[in-house]
Design a protein around this ligand. Structure first.
Ligand SMILES: CC(C)(COP(=O)(O)OP(=O)(O)OC[C@H]1O[C@@H](n2cnc3c(N)ncnc32)[C@H](O)[C@@H]1OP(=O)(O)O)[C@@H](O)C(=O)NCCC(=O)NCCS
Length: 216
C-alpha cells in the first residue's frame, strides 16, 4: 500500500510492499514484503524481499539484498562531491536545479554502495559510497562505515571497526553456503521454527541443509 501523502515516481513497487506517510521513492524497486518508513527517502535503489527502511532515513543509489533491516535516521550511499575540481558545489551535478551548465560534469554516485542479505544497520548510521556490507553483518548505532564489512561481522563506531563476529567461522561459512535468504517461499516457511531458536548450532545448520535438499 502506498500512503496518499507519499511521493512515488518511476518506481516498481510490489503489491506486498508498503510506502508510509510522507516517504519518497524515486526510480527504485521494492521487490516484495518491504516497507519504507515515514519521511524516509529511497532513490535509484533496489530493495530485496522483506528488507525495510525505518523512518527518517535517506538511501541513494544503493542495492540492498533480502531480509535486511535499516533502522531510523540512517544515510546510505550519500553522494560524493569531487573535491579535486575547482569547486565542490552541486552546480556541476545538479544542472536542472542551478541551470549554470547544460550537462552534468560527473556522477556523484560513481562508486557503488551495496548491502547484503540479513544485514542489520543500527539507528543514525552512515554508510559511505564504495562500501559493501557483507551478508549477515551488523552495524552498531551511530556508526560511520568507511570501509567494506565482511559477512557476519559486527562493526561499530566512527570510523566503524570490527568488534567481533556473530558466529564461529564454520557456522558463518555454512550459512553463506545455505543462503536461506534466497530460498523460495515454501522452503523458507518450512524453516521458520528454526528462526525461533535462541542460538545457531550445528543442529540448526543440519536442519537447514535437510530443508534445502528437500529431505525434511
Ligand atoms: C553493536 C551492538 C549491536 C552490540 O554489539 P555487542 O557485540 O553486544 O557489543 P558490546 O556491548 O559487547 O560492546 C563491545 C564494544 O563495542 C562498543 N560498542 C558497542 N556498540 C557501539 C556503538 N554503536 N558505537 C560505538 N561503540 C560501540 C562497546 O562500547 C564495547 O567497547 P569496549 O570493548 O571498548 O568496552 C549494539 O551496541 C548496537 O549498536 N545496537 C544497535 C541498536 C540500534 O541501533 N537499534 C535500532 C533499532 S532497529
Amino acid at each position: 500500500m502506498i500512503a496518499e501523502s507519499a511521493n512515488v515516481k518511476q518506481s516498481n513497487i510490489a503489491e506486498t510492499s508498503n510506502v508510509h506517510d510522507f516517504a519518497t521513492v524515486v526510480q527504485s524497486e521494492l521487490q516484495g514484503h518491504n516497507f519504507i518508513g515515514k519521511f524516509s527517502t529511497l532513490t535509484y535503489s533496489k530493495l530485496g524481499i522483506y528488507s525495510y527502511i525505518s523512518q527518517f532515513s535517506v538511501v541513494k543509489s544503493v542495492t540492498i539484498g533480502n531480509f535486511s533491516s535499516i533502522s531510523w535516521g540512517c544515510s546510505l550511499g550519500p553522494e560524493e562531491h569531487d573535491f579535486n575540481r575547482l569547486t565542490t558545489h552541486s552546480f556541476l551535478i545538479s544542472t536542472e536545479t542551478f541551470k549554470l551548465l547544460e550537462e552534468k560534469v560527473y556522477s556523484p554516485f560513481d562508486k557503488p554502495c551495496t548491502i547484503g542479505n540479513d544485514v542489520w544497520i543500527g539507528c543514525g548510521t552512515t554508510i559511505l559510497r564504495g562500501v559493501h556490507i557483507g551478508d549477515g553483518a551488523v552495524v552498531g548505532a551511530n556508526s560511520v562505515v568507511t570501509k567494506s564489512v565482511p559477512p557476519f561481522a559486527i562493526v561499530a563506531g566512527s570510523p566503524a571497526r570490527i568488534i567481533r563476529f556473530r558466529f564461529p567461522k564454520d557456522i558463518q561459512d555454512a550459512l553463506i553456503e545455505l543462503a536461506w535468504w534466497h530460498w523460495e517461499e515454501a522452503k523458507f516457511k518450512q524453516a521458520l521454527p528454526l528462526f525461533k531458536e535462541k542460538e545457531v548450532t550445528q543442529e540448526t545448520i543440519e536442519a537447514l541443509k535437510k530443508i534445502k535438499d528437500g529431505k525434511f
